[in-house]
Design a protein around this ligand. Sequence first.
Ligand SMILES: [Zn+2]
Length: 445
Amino acid sequence: MRYASHAALMLAAGLSSAGCVRPDPLDTPVPASSSTASPAAMNSLAERYVKLVLAVGRHDANYVDAYYGPAEWKAGTDAGAPLPLDTIRARAQAVLAALAPLRPAASAPEMERLRHRYLEKQLESLVARVEMLQGKRFTFDEESRALYDAQAPVHTEAHFDSILARLDAALPGTGSLQQRYGAFRQRFVVPPERVDAVFSAAIAECRRRTMPHVTLPPDESFRVEYVTDKPWSGYNWYQGGSRSLIQVNTSLPISIDRAVDLACHEGYPGHHVYNALLERALVRERGWQEFSVYPLFSPQSLIAEGTANFGIDMAFPGDERLRFERDVLFPLAGLDPATAAEWARVRELNSGLSYAGNEAARRYLNGEIDAAAAAAWLERYALSTPEAAKQRVRFIDTYRSYVINYNLGQDLVREYVERHGASAEARWRAFVDLLASPRLPSGLK
Ligand SMILES: [Zn+2]
């Protein structure tokens, strides 16, 4: 999703292998430990994990972002009353206990070690989420460590003031900085009748720039729908089978930057490519079913949002984004290409304010400030309009420390990719490897 809240649970069933419904292995005893992780033992624990994620989804409609594993697993979870949270937690802890003796040796293939660690972390985050559903309250940083395997840095008012001073200088005129910034953005709104042409061009360009670096199934596809009245600006609903439905919310005016943002973030090389590569490399080729389910409040989201955001830089390094927007998208949108460079400069300055959202969330969720003060903080330090600030506070109420996944995720992915080399080839290799392997946020360092 993009600056978004998940409005509804999406479960894409299907793609299941035919077969009879087996007894629920959640109720079978934990197998005796062995010194090596046999694929069968790991696959059995993975199946129990998938069913636990689906079980949490019956208590928390936002929890399961996508599922394309065996349909009978979902049908089994949906039958009858929801599993009590206490039972889910106990079963998750039993799976964790069964996983411990299966930890691969340091000499084992890296993918096996990554798989084991990933399953452990995802289960630990599931336990934390269940405890939250039972009323437990963490501090902001405790929660982000427990759910996302990461902790966002702290930024002071002075940090944001220095960025605001630069924006102040870049946006001359009368009125407050907030008013001048709002008026500036108005100049870059795409007329509604041109939105589809602009978005289609951006998607085609992001795909063209991504495809030389990844091998996707030939039938991969990406469908765009325009919707209104959603709490998010864009959303990728991964359907399984290398297919995505991308929805674009057109309720609010759409500024020109959203075209490349959305095309890269939701599409290429972002969420669509990420999900398609996980499905092919891990679910289909290796039979690792734990990747057929995506729990939203889990470490996977930091990797998903971080790669989706950094994917913009991958597809458009240096000033290539500016050139594409100026030469292709501005004319398509009926905007003056001569203003594109000014737009890009202000956008770059403004990107430094993204962490102001984390600070508002941290202080608000820690109980240091109330909702009104959090909104006021966002207006002042994130240059949000009053309406957008209120909406972001509502987002924080629902999604809480999820906010770190966008900017901290982007920064961690950037550091990871840049550590693997400066050439475009080395960067893409590292990026695609990250998309197609079970790495954790703490494993990016
Ligand atoms: Zn996203």
